[in-house]
Design a binder for this molecule. Sequence first.
Ligand code: ARG
Length: 462
Amino acid sequence: MTKTSNEMWGGRFAAGPDAIMEAINASIGYDKRLAPQDIAGSRAHAAMLAATGIITDKDAEAIREGLLTILSEIEAGNFEFSTALEDIHMNVEARLKTLIGEPAGRLHTARSRNDQVAVDFRLWVREQCDVVDAALQGLMKALLVQAEAGADWVMPGFTHLQVAQPVTWGHHMLAYVEMLSRDRSRFADARRRMNESPLGAAALAGTGFPIDRHMTAEALGFDRPTANSLDSTSDRDFALEFLAASTICAMHLSRFAEELVIWSSAQFRFVAMSDQWSTGSSIMPQKKNPDAAELIRAKIGRILGANVALLTVMKGLPLTYSKDMQEDKEQVFDAADNLLLSLAAMTGMVETMTPQRDNLRKAAASGFSTATDLADWLVRELGLPFRDAHHVTGALVAKAEAKGCDLPDLTLEEMQSVHADIKAEVFDVLGVENSVASRMSYGGTSPQRVREQIARWKEALA
Ligand code: ARG
């Protein structure tokens, strides 16, 4: 049995689509999420059509009321979405026809689904930029609380995941604040560029009706209308930029998540994760697993995947709209949902984790972490060239290693057997507190510098 042709565009069709055709063609299963944006776009369009005399005020008012009814039906969950009507645009319009009759058919004057979907999707992505920004600020604030509590707590700083030099806990937390701040500026940047209205580009060429694109742009909170109708209907850069910014942000979260996985292990014990953000094992009763951190570590996979997927869809598409572009939405929805979930979970973990001050300090003092301070002392106090000081220090490290102790545990005599001029004052620089306190260069790890940065961030985020 063949179905009747589509009520929206079926004029030239004698028969309806094959069931599989309908399945591959329909986007309503996911683009129903664009309902609020679709209705906002249609309301702005209808008001403009009336203001320019293209439709009557009476019709515009009927359209406006009908759209508001549809919005409340959708919000209340009693709107019946139809796959035969393909997408959100035609679902809304068909319902409008049932509600208000003939004026519904005038709404699509001087408009196409091509500019309609472009404006709907931009509005959605723009809103996500704001939601992500708020989530990023929340996480930054949680990190600042941690940074302030342990501004001068000493922990090992790593390179190659080998103990390198002592740093402060506050400094380490602030490193992530810096990263997240760059993420914020990337989303803000993308948002600024995407904030132009494609509505009124119509199918691809613009329209002969005397529309006012500045009016609809302003009504929808855009800075201006887009300047080229072909570009307007074929552009998905705004979605790609959102995904690119999301990918970098997800990468930052993944790195932090990995640190939390390492730090919460029995071998490190740098932080205790709260029970709320951990899970147990079904067989090993002792286990407390950092599942949330592991999942955040993994989310970059699907978010980068979405970025690659949409770039691949867009690559090679001729101007202007092609149905390929319908494949944009699920990727962006999934990436946005998972980024927000990751940010929320990371914020929860940071708010509830307990850094283990003693363990951090003990680890900071291990692994000859103040060897650089020793070399610097030889340069400063004995006037050795840094290369020679490096060599002397290396010999002292070897001595300590052979003895099975740390650098401060060597006796002065043992030190002098390597370099005769070494004096007892050298022991002052071998302590981890002295080491971090000395790193006073701008951006350095000393508690004083860290507190200055905390103050700066608190003001910036207030
Ligand atoms: N559902 C479509 C999409 O998401 C809307 C635009 C359809 N335009 C068209 N000419 N078939 O891309």
